[in-house]
Design a protein around this ligand. Sequence first.
Ligand code: NAD
Length: 260
Amino acid sequence: MSVKGKVALITGAASGIGKRIAEVYADNGAHIAVADINQAAADAAVAEIKARGVNATTVIMDVTDEDAVNAGIDKCVKDLGSIDILVSNAGIQIVNPIEDFAYADWKKLMAIHVDGAFLTTRAAVKHMYAAGKGGAIIYMGSVHSKEASKLKAPYVAAKHALIGLAKVVAKEGAAHGVRANVICPGFVRTPLVDKQIPEQAKALNISEADVIKNVMLKDTVDGEFTTVDDVAQCALFFGGFETNALTGQSLVVSHGWFMQ
Ligand code: NAD
């Protein structure tokens, strides 16, 4: 089982976790559509991926824009011939206590994580079903798909929602050999997390070092961050797995923070 020769569209692949998944997939012979809202960073990522000897294309989309998502998935199929793997990964973080959470921020976060997952899934499965080759859909959840933390009401709600979505897609997709699974990482040092450290320090009135030690990594078994590579290896496993034996599941990769 492998991703070799398959076409993977990865949202949010211009940075952080998504970018590393794109690189690891490319190193294992997959062709890559880098789907992101950030054109310059996406073009740079595509150039790096092409240098690894596979085909790659840039797909500029805001995952909350229905028309842009439909056009973007069509572009992937036109440029690379197929879509066999969707990694729905694009995401943002906004932290605030619930009494101060702006409704606009709640809606923005829910739209990118939940609407984005729905829109990309709907567009991708149409092609997967028509091509009749099966497929893999991977949602980027979080330990916050299972657990709550203070200051993260919409993020925790959205990440829990992805598990429900994956279970439905697993049931509906089974007849077409389309599988759906969720990866649930602990904290990974990416721009998304680096931005949160000073914000949480301010909101909780503690130092940035205390945010890392006593908030982010407090419940890990060893005080270590999860890495982009740890998450990419899980994505490689789910993306390459070719039977319905592994579907509707969620895998926590977090240095032991939250044990199922
Ligand atoms: P990141 O900020 O490094 O990358 C996010 C990417 O998503 C960026 O390239 C950005 O341009 C893109 N993006 C943002 N909004 C978009 C939109 N509307 N449409 C298309 N693209 C958009 O973040 P990351 O840490 O790599 O996070 C990736 C995913 O992993 C997110 O879903 C996040 O919730 C999840 N996650 C991250 C961590 C962590 O600790 N970093 C832990 C668990 C889960």
